[in-house]
Design a binder for this molecule. Structure first.
Ligand SMILES: [Zn+2]
Length: 67
């Protein structure tokens, strides 16, 4: 997949027409993703949810006296 490329992608639930391939990265862990904006949104939302979860677990462990 090439960044900036315009593609049409078919999914089970519909077709994404003239979708631009973008490159995004997660500011929390620096993982990168290349794909359509729709999927990039999923990547970002997924990482956000994951890191929030991770942070809340850290806070929980710290509050119980662990590290
Ligand atoms: Zn991340």
């Amino acid at each position: 997949m090439k960044v900036g490329k315009i593609v049409t992608v078919e999914y089970k639930g519909g077709t994404e027409i003239d979708a631009e391939i973008v490159r995004v990265y997660c500011p929390a862990c620096c993982e990168e993703f290349i794909g359509t904006k729709r999927n990039a949104g999923g990547f970002i939302a997924g990482h956000e949810a994951y890191h929030n979860h991770e942070n809340s677990m850290d806070t929980l462990i710290t509050s119980m006296g662990g590290q």
